[in-house]
Design a protein around this ligand. Structure first.
Ligand SMILES: Cc1ncc(COP(=O)(O)O)c(C=O)c1O
Length: 368
């Protein structure tokens, strides 16, 4: 009898596995790791203390409803805790949303250089990912709306987007929502929203509050510095929260993560320090790299997209930076083979990157 190996669901083998930012450099140097948009300031000391205190109860299952965390989030933003769903990183929430809302014969739209997980989550749910072209590295509402069909179940928008750092102002997001049929769920991924200080920006709370088909996802991995704990949350219409609560694991968020998340939210001064750091160093990094003759896409996140003349130049710069112990992110998987993405680091890290880039371009620079 002919044998046949077990086959995965259709779509799965079309997925290129997500490749995380590298964390090691050759020669045993201590790396300057600016490849994953982590905060250079680390987590709040209060979050670390809460995490350590949770070690006393490792034999107990966590609260499956993550009630303390949902209530802390609800207090902070003035939300209904019943409409908050916590997840093992916002990655899990993106996956759960795709799993619950898109299937074979159905489609999910995202922008051309949008966060990679949208394509991965859609394919792993058996759906068809549909990429809409961007305009100047920014999501294009018209291009997204043109791709809506009766089969469109989800539209994903990272705002601001990773890896471009660009954003859509609130009126554009609203225009996107207004153009969608009521059976299409708009997912606003606001992973970097805490860094944003723009009058025309809104993370998504307003649309979730006023519409039946918008979800906003958030993370503790970026400004809160808790990436290792894997913690995210979604604010949803009540029926969507109900759906996600049916499909998530019963204990999908660990007790140490819940405790650290609550403490991190309480430490508002820590978040303000991180915002101030970014407001100082994001423009400095963009200007200094611009002065080297490299184009930098204007960013409102904690990272910048640096454009080289060719893929060969980007590869060579990446290799030379690594030789200095500096790790940026290759973004060819996002359709950006000529670019590198750099996370804003400490003052010292930022100076090191600019100096190493200058040297690699034959323009050595004194530290200013
Ligand atoms: C836009 C965006 N969304 C979601 C995530 C996932 O974050 P988490 O660590 O919460 O899974 C990232 C992480 O890089 C991101 O850049």
């Amino acid at each position: 009898m002919a044998t046949r190996a077990p086959q995965p669901q259709p779509g799965i083998m079309e997925i290129s596995p997500y490749i995380p930012g590298e964390s090691e450099v050759p020669g045993g140097l201590k790396p300057v790791k600016l490849s994953s948009n982590e905060t250079p300031l680390g987590p709040s000391p209060r979050a670390i203390a809460a995490y350590k205190a949770a070690a006393d109860q490792l034999d107990r299952y966590p609260d499956g409803a993550a009630a303390a965390l949902r209530h802390a989030i609800a207090r902070q933003y003035g939300l209904d805790p019943g409409r908050i769903v916590c997840g093992c990183g916002s990655d899990e929430l993106i996956n759960l949303i795709a799993h619950a809302y898109v299937g074979p014969g159905e489609e999910a739209i995202y922008s051309e250089h949008g966060f990679l997980m949208y394509r991965i989550a859609t394919l792993s749910s058996g759906g068809k990912p549909v990429a809409a072209p961007e305009r100047d590295y920014r999501a294009d509402v018209d291009a997204m709306l043109e791709r809506v069909t009766p089969r469109t179940k989800l539209v994903f928008l990272a705002n601001p987007n990773n890896p471009t750092g660009t954003y859509l102002p609130h009126d554009e997001v609203r225009r996107l929502h207004n153009g969608l049929p009521s059976h299409t769920l708009l997912v606003l991924d606001a992973a970097y929203s805490e860094y944003v200080r723009r009058n025309d920006y809104e993370a998504g709370l307003e649309l979730v509050a006023t519409t039946e088909n918008t979800v906003m996802t958030r993370t503790f991995s970026k400004i809160y510095g808790l990436a290792a704990l894997r913690l995210g949350w979604a604010y949803c219409p009540a029926p969507v929260a109900d759906v996600l609560n049916r499909v998530r694991g019963p204990f999908n968020v660990s007790a140490p993560a819940i405790a650290a998340g609550v403490a991190a939210l309480e430490d508002k001064a820590h978040v303000e320090t991180a915002v101030a750091h970014n407001e100082t160093w994001l423009p400095w990094v963009a200007d200094e790299i611009g002065k080297l003759g490299l184009k930098v896409t204007p960013s409102i996140g904690n990272f910048v997209l640096i454009h080289f003349a060719s893929e060969k130049d980007a590869t060579a710069a990446d290799a030379r930076l690594k030789a200095h112990g500096i790790i940026l992110r290759r973004v060819a998987a996002y359709g950006l083979p000529k670019c590198l993405r750099m996370t804003i680091g400490t003052e010292d890290d930022n100076h090191k990157v600019v100096a190493a880039l200058a040297e690699s371009m034959g323009r050595p620079k004194e530290r200013s």
